[in-house]
Design a protein around this ligand. Structure first.
Ligand code: PDD
Length: 286
């Protein structure tokens, strides 16, 4: 089955989808994106992603070319057309193109580019890695200073992921001024004596939609949560570690820079949070 993708209001086979070579997303990484997971054919936390998208667009002075209702309808239509039970919907909005390359933004009425596509991931919620845990390396955080905006400038996170792969690991935790910021494409947490510790929100990290939900569920389950800076040394001494994102949900981390975390297997808290998150998300999915 060929994938149907969304381009500026049209649903087209992926081989016929076209965007200008002058698109500012392509030339300047002048675009923002969202990734929403699909479980049982329904969208997880669509509202959270839509709200963050609006914020990303506003922070970059971009227009809002699609209403929230139309965005939801397009997500659902793509899920239906591509017969997705478990998977992801990727959405990207760029500042568009006025047909040339110029650092100066094009006129405000220049049509923006809106692209969406699905990724079919059968068994997404049942990833084997969630049972074994993943291994991470640490790497300096060399991204720009507005990581709260979900832009498509993902070269450094890709480099971090490649460095992790080269070291025989799954992912990288990025470090700034001695403290962990976040994972290459996820938020980072440690657990010490039943307390869940994660970096506080600021422009230094993406305000994860999964993070917000997981911290809410943790508090509702009477778990202790502390939002503060932590170092990689503290992380290596932690009882547990984990990451969260729309594509991995809650994923235990069992090794950091070669140091075993806890027993080297997922502990109690991360798997429990994963279970709660998946249960609640399935219930609330639309
Ligand atoms: N990444 N931090 C970074 C740097 C991210 O790229 C992501 C998401 C997150 C987690 O955010 P959320 O819980 O809203 O997915 C944190 C997506 C999944 C991606 O780039 O594929």
């Amino acid at each position: 089955m060929t994938r149907t993708v969304y381009v500026n209001g049209d649903y087209v086979p992926e081989s016929e989808a076209m965007v200008s070579v002058f698109d500012r997303g392509f030339l300047f990484a002048d675009g923002v994106y969202e990734v929403t997971s699909v479980l049982d054919g329904k969208l997880v936390d669509f509202d959270g992603h839509a709200v963050r998208l609006e914020r990303s667009l506003s922070e970059l002075g971009m227009g809002h070319p699609i209403t929230k209702d139309d965005l939801l309808a397009a997500h659902r239509e793509l899920v239906r057309l591509n017969d997705i039970t478990d998977g992801l919907v990727y959405l990207q909005i760029t500042r568009g193109s006025d047909g040339d390359r110029d650092f100066v933004y094009p006129a405000a009425d220049t049509p923006q580019t809106v692209v969406m596509f699905t990724q079919n991931k059968p068994g997404l919620a049942d990833a084997p890695a969630a049972r074994t845990g993943i291994k991470v390396i640490s790497i300096e955080d060399q991204r720009w200073a507005r990581r709260d905006i979900k832009t498509v400038q993902l070269l450094y996170p890709s480099m971090a992921k490649m460095a992790a792969k080269a070291a025989g690991c799954d992912d990288a935790w990025m470090i700034e001024d001695g403290h962990v910021t976040e994972g290459s494409s996820n938020n980072a947490y440690i657990v010490k004596g039943n307390k869940i510790i994660t970096r506080q929100l600021s422009n230094d990290i993406l305000h994860g939609i999964t993070r917000a939900a997981v911290l809410r569920f943790a508090k509702e389950a009477q778990m202790e949560v502390e939002e503060r800076l932590f170092t990689i040394e503290e992380a290596k001494q932690a009882d547990e570690a984990f990451v969260t994102s729309a594509s991995t949900f809650v994923m235990p981390v069992v090794e950091i820079d070669g140091a075993t975390i806890g027993t080297g297997a997922p502990g109690k808290i991360a798997p429990r949070l994963r279970e709660i998150y998946l249960d609640e998300s399935r219930k609330a999915a639309i």
